[in-house]
Design a binder for this molecule. Structure first.
Ligand code: ARG
Ligand code: ZN
Length: 874
């Protein structure tokens, strides 16, 4: 059934303290819970029943104030335990049994390799014991863990270790106490045969914090980067936001089986091992970056999420959007800010814009849900992050920081709504943000249509901006948003013009933020001596689509001269989109398609310019992804898009062969690899050049690829070559894949990449290869990373092969979703995304995809997660 935001009610009962005792064993774990409960409602008409959530639990005993509860005083079903008329305040003792090893959903307490661990967000705690499993019930937890000492030497829970010792029969125990009140979703336990590496961090007020990263023994030498990243994140949050860590220990545990990226449990983060483990030989530059970012993300949650949490799950973006914004800013400060911004915009546009344009579109603060896990979405996280960024843009950095301080000051220790956050910003910035709230409650990507008018006689230049937003499910009509539009004006020589709006006494800088509130707004600038070129949406100041009729000449000017790196990059992308969409049309019409000389020349100039940052140049020379190009088409034609884009790639490769070879040579390593050698941008550019050479074809490129593959002393270069070879119909392909496998078998993270690159191969035999890989001994449907590496990569990253007009890709995906449905509903639901876009394709593909969705919906015993997305997609 559907849960609605408007039905929120304060809890009838609150829990002040929770005492949990676990007798841990993978087959059968006993959980004893002792809850101090007090009534929180008007009892003049009698006591309300107390409803505790519980799933997959076996109830053993139930006592109220020490006395066994009579069978007619409570009810149990498969989702809850109800005490019919509890007293005003009391102690409830519940004993339950659970089976961690059978828990393949990876929610609650489960086994991952040799350890037991938990994942409670959003509603996993109810799979451990009966509880009011909602974020506005906050309690102080004390946890006793008991287990076999030999197989389970490490026993961890939230907070501080207060006692430990031995028990009879080779067992031992540990007692943990977390002094901070927290919702049940932040509860965590880990037990197993683990080792750790540690360091100390001294906070800005001089407190010493013990930092510990726990892993399986074989991974002990892969934790250094995560530990250093954690220390950088802690320092950064002190410096940028004045936030200090609050416990004596901070623990991170890496587990191989994990549904998401990581989890911010108070004092005891549990991580997907791919966001912890790295060694110079086995991790790519991107892996290193991702680890730093996710470590930062979970750490920043300690204030934005844990100290101040969400009142209910509709407010999820309160913590996730804000924490995404914080981790993006952290990463931007640790590396190149423009390159980071471009990467974030690319992922927002290809994944979130598509979500916003389809049947699963929902506001950053959804109005209803069937399964909350389905709303850990690009919209809640990444559009939510953009909404926070817009607040910073509108208020300015200083007032934004004051708003953050005010938010922490007002709401520390509380479970609040998005409204409280925005109110703090409004108060600190002395701004009316009521219209701004529409960003939280209206779905859909707004479109800005800009036109201009230049009057030479008066020297005035007028921009007219009209906003609109397409209908989304349940929201046919939209009100205008409050949108920050950062902009500047360039003269024909590329000089930035001073910006003076009509009515202003003087110009105020050369870059400013225009605020759009009405459906149409006009802005007139004075003192403009010639028709300028507008530089619009600087730094991507709002998550919108922008339409302005730029000429090629305008775009060239912006690309080479604009002061804003995002606009420079975007100007190139707009040109590339225009070009590839034009070629796509030619191909569809059966005409001869050709890449114009001017495009090749602009790439030639870019390659010759060695003054530019290498990573930024690589972004500039990267063509828009097929998924992003698809978004630009009324009816998506994956084959034509693929052919058009390949035509550009092969033409660039052939025509600029010597330039690409030269840049590649200039980027060749001069010293042995180190992950922090500052040359990641060089490696990116070098591998991009190699990709263009391979697109040109011929044995020389293949030889270059094999040479790089054989001589690489790091994973970035070795995979850079392998990725190209997997899309090459040559004998070297299987040779490289086999040698890579032999070299890395046993390293899960690297073998994931081996699966992924085969799934991404553009060769026509990819579907057959993927089907064969399903039977590979290393493939495991119970491991989410492995599922993502094969099923996810093929269906979400290989547009042209997945959308094969014969429908085999569709059948394959539906088959896997149905198998996963019985194992892990969250992962099954995540795999549905490509089907949700079915309406965007031609009638034939629509029919095929629809049939698969119907087949999924007809499955008996469909999990709520899968049901909701499949039903909404149809
Ligand atoms: N709060 C975690 C994070 O973003 C995500 C955990 C979500 N897990 C889930 N099963 N919904 O850092
Ligand atoms: Zn998060």
């Amino acid at each position: 059934q559907t849960i609605h935001q408007k039905d929120y009610k304060v809890p009838d009962y609150l829990v002040d303290t929770v005492e949990l005792t676990f007798d841990l064993s993978p087959e059968d774990t006993r959980v004893l819970s002792r809850l101090a409960i007090r009534s929180n409602h008007d009892r003049s008409n009698g006591a309300s029943p107390l409803v505790l959530d519980g799933e997959e639990l076996t109830l053993v005993s139930l006592k109220l104030d020490g006395v066994e509860v009579k069978r007619d005083a409570y009810r149990v079903d498969d989702a809850s335990l109800t005490l019919l008329a509890p007293p005003e305040s009391f102690v409830l003792e519940v004993e339950t049994r659970i089976k961690p090893k059978e828990n393949s959903a990876l929610s609650g307490l489960y086994a991952s390799g040799p350890m037991l661990c938990t994942q409670c967000e959003a509603e996993g705690f109810r799979r451990i014991t009966y509880f009011t499993d909602r974020p506005d019930v906050m309690a102080v937890y004390t946890v006793t863990l008991r287990a076999d000492k030999a197989s389970c030497p490490v026993l961890l829970a939230n907070g501080n270790l207060v006692d430990r010792g031995d028990l009879p029969d080779g067992r031992h125990f540990a007692v943990w106490h977390d002094p901070f009140k927290k919702p049940s979703y932040l509860f965590a336990v880990v037990a197993g045969d683990l080792v750790h590496i540690a360091d100390r961090f001294t906070t800005m007020s001089g407190r010493a914090v013990q930092l510990e990263i726990y892993v399986e023994e074989r991974n002990k030498d892969k934790c250094e980067h995560a530990l250093r990243s954690l220390m950088r994140a802690m320092r950064w949050d002190e410096e940028k936001f004045g936030r200090e860590y609050d416990l004596d220990t901070y623990m991170v545990v890496a587990v191989d089986d994990f549904n998401m990226g990581a989890m911010e449990n108070k004092g005891l983060n549990v991580f997907n091992s791919r966001y912890v483990l790295a060694s110079p030989e086995s991790a790519t530059d991107d892996d290193y970056e991702a680890i730093e970012e996710v470590i930062g993300h979970e750490y920043f949650h300690n204030w934005t999420g844990n100290r101040i949490t969400c009142r209910d799950w509709f407010q999820l973006s309160l913590k996730e959007g804000l924490t995404i914004f914080r981790d993006q800013e952290f990463s931007a400060d640790m590396q190149s800010r423009p390159v980071k911004r471009i990467a974030d915009v690319k992922s927002l546009r290809s994944a979130q814009f598509a979500e916003d344009a389809g049947p699963l579109a929902h506001p950053v603060r959804p109005e209803s849900y069937v399964e909350i896990n389905n709303f850990y979405s690009m919209t809640v996280y990444h559009k939510g992050g953009e909404v926070i960024r817009m607040l910073q843009t509108l208020l300015g950095r200083e007032a934004f920081r004051a708003g953050m301080d005010l938010y922490f000051e007002r709401h520390d220790g509380q479970a609040v709504r998005v409204d409280e956050f925005v109110q703090a910003m409004a108060d600190a910035g002395k701004r009316d943000l009521s219209q701004f709230m529409l960003w939280y409650d209206q779905a859909g990507t707004p479109v800005l249509t800009v036109s201009d008018d230049y009057r030479p006689e008066s020297g005035s230049y007028t921009l007219t901006v009209t906003q609109s937003c397409p209908s989304t499910p349940g929201q046919p009509e939209k009100k205008p948003f409050h949108i920050p539009l950062a902009m500047g004006l360039l003269d024909r020589d590329g000089n930035e013009l001073p910006l003076q709006l009509a009515g202003e006494a003087a110009a105020a800088g050369t870059s400013r933020v225009l605020e759009l509130r009405g459906e149409t707004e006009t802005f007139t600038f004075a003192g403009i001596k010639e028709r300028p070129v507008p530089s619009l949406l600087r730094n991507f100041s709002a998550p919108v689509k922008l339409q302005y009729p730029y000429s090629d000449e305008d775009l060239n000017l912006l690309m080479t001269r604009d002061s804003d790196p995002f606009v420079r990059w975007e100007a190139g992308q707009v040109q590339a989109v225009k070009l590839i969409m034009g070629l796509t049309g030619e191909i569809q019409a059966g005409r001869q398609a050709q890449v114009p000389e001017s495009f090749i020349e602009s790439f030639r100039r870019l390659l010759a310019d060695d003054s530019q940052d290498r990573a930024f140049l690589a972004e500039t020379l990267t063509l828009p992804a097929e998924s992003y190009l698809a978004e630009q088409m009324a009816v998506i034609d994956p084959d034509a898009i693929h052919q058009a884009r390949e035509l550009v790639r092969s033409t660039v490769g052939r025509r600029l062969w010597s330039e690409l070879t030269a840049v590649r040579a200039a980027c060749a390593p001069k010293a042995p690899y180190r992950p922090d050698d500052g040359l990641a941008g060089c490696r990116r550019l070098k591998n991009l050049c190699l990709a263009y050479l391979m697109a040109a074809g011929g044995q020389e490129a293949i030889d270059a690829c094999m040479a790089q593959y054989r001589s690489a002393d790091n994973m970035t270069d070795s995979l850079g070559a392998l990725a190209q070879l997997t899309s090459c119909a040559c004998p070297e392909r299987d040779e490289a894949l086999a040698s890579f496998y032999d070299c890395w078998r046993g390293d899960r993270g690297v073998i994931d990449k081996w699966f992924t690159h085969q799934a991404l191969s553009r060769l026509p035999d990819t579907m057959d290869r993927v089907l064969a890989l399903l039977e590979h001994p290393d493939f495991d449907l119970r491991n989410p990373n492995r599922v993502r590496s094969l099923v996810g990569a093929f269906s979400q990253g290989n547009q042209v092969r997945f959308h094969d007009a014969g429908g085999r890709g569709y059948r394959f995906l539906a088959d896997q979703i149905l198998r996963l449905n019985a194992i892990n509903p969250q992962i099954a639901a995540r795999m549905l995304t490509p089907f949700s876009r079915w309406r965007r394709y031609d009638a034939h593909r629509q029919e095929l995809m629809k049939k698969e969705l119907e087949r999924i919906l007809a499955e008996p015993g469909l999990a709520r997660d899968v049901y909701e997305l499949a039903a909404k997609s149809l």
